[in-house]
Design a protein around this ligand. Structure first.
Ligand code: HEM
Length: 254
């Protein structure tokens, strides 16, 4: 039974991994955490750091049926952090259990969690109401080399937005979507809903090799009416390079 549950979880998570899928899927809880290494980590011997790193790597292996982890190296690009993890699971508690056990590893004892935020994936709210554009979105595919950069941006909308009629929100999300078509080849995206689960309404994460295009995309989206209802965009904006968990652990150990 447990094996079947794991299989189902992995079928769901794997279908979610390409950032920006358009079909409705079972909800997945995403937790983003920023870690900063404490200064005493550097005073440990290399052997102690390696042992701590091995414990952290082994922990992920032990959770592979419940939690998937994406890792990003943020040091030098995002304040008060060395790395960001994105955890995906079918139950938010599994993300918490992983992080709690990470804290007990030789590496985790020397990590300060400086920021954490969670959200959940949901089906599309608005795009089914503009089917022609949705078809174009579905047809647009990321091209080229795998992306090296990830950017996570939390977003909060004001009460006026939530109290607009649905047709008005559909119209403005349509305006939001139109300029994005030009970027489907270079930018992948994923959206989490966060209202009531955190202080923001949405968590967005993007992957790209082209930061200038990403900058142009965000500027284009600042020029649509929907943006006037955003009362928080970023704060923090987290930017990092995409790594595996083992690569991030090795960078911390060295
Ligand atoms: C290639 C880039 C992008 C594409 C294709 C895209 C497309 C879309 C679509 C189709 C929706 C509506 C989803 C639904 O029907 O529920 C949406 C919603 C949203 N997008 Fe984008 N978007 C892109 C980039 C961005 C960027 C750069 C931001 C902000 C930094 C952003 C923030 C949001 C937010 C917060 C929502 C949820 C709005 C709401 O439900 O009120 N998007 N996007």
């Amino acid at each position: 039974m447990r094996a079947l549950a794991s299989l189902v979880f992995f079928a769901v998570v794997l279908s979610l991994l390409p950032v920006g899928s358009w079909a409705a899927e079972a909800p997945i809880f995403g937790t983003f955490v920023l870690f900063e290494v404490k200064s005493d980590w550097g005073t440990l011997s290399l052997e102690e750091r390696q042992k701590g790193g091995q414990e952290a790597k082994a922990l992920l292996e032990g959770y592979k049926d419940q939690v998937t982890v994406d890792a990003y190296w943020t040091y030098g690009l995002t304040t008060e952090s060395h790395c960001m993890l994105r955890l995906h699971s079918a139950d938010l508690q599994a993300n918490q259990q992983f992080l709690t056990q990470l804290r007990a590893t030789g590496l985790g004892r020397h990590l300060d969690l400086t920021y954490t935020i969670s959200g959940v994936t949901k089906g599309l709210n608005y795009a089914p109401d503009f089917p022609d554009l949705l078809e174009k979105l579905k047809a647009g595919k990321y091209e080229g080399e795998p992306p090296r950069y990830a950017i996570m941006i939390p977003i909060r909308k004001n009460a006026q937005w939530w109290n607009l009629a649905k047709e008005d929100r559909v119209e403005m999300i349509k305006e939001h979507t139109l300029p994005t078509l030009a970027y489907l080849k270079t930018i992948k995206r994923k959206l989490y809903h966060s209202t009531g689960l955190s202080d923001v309404d949405f968590l967005t994460i993007f992957e790209t090799n082209n930061l200038v295009e990403f900058n142009n995309l965000v500027i284009a989206l600042r020029m649509v009416r929907e943006d006037t209802f955003n009362i928080q965009l970023g704060e923090p904006t987290v930017i990092g390079t995409i790594k595996t968990w083992d690569e991030v652990v090795d960078l911390l150990v060295q």
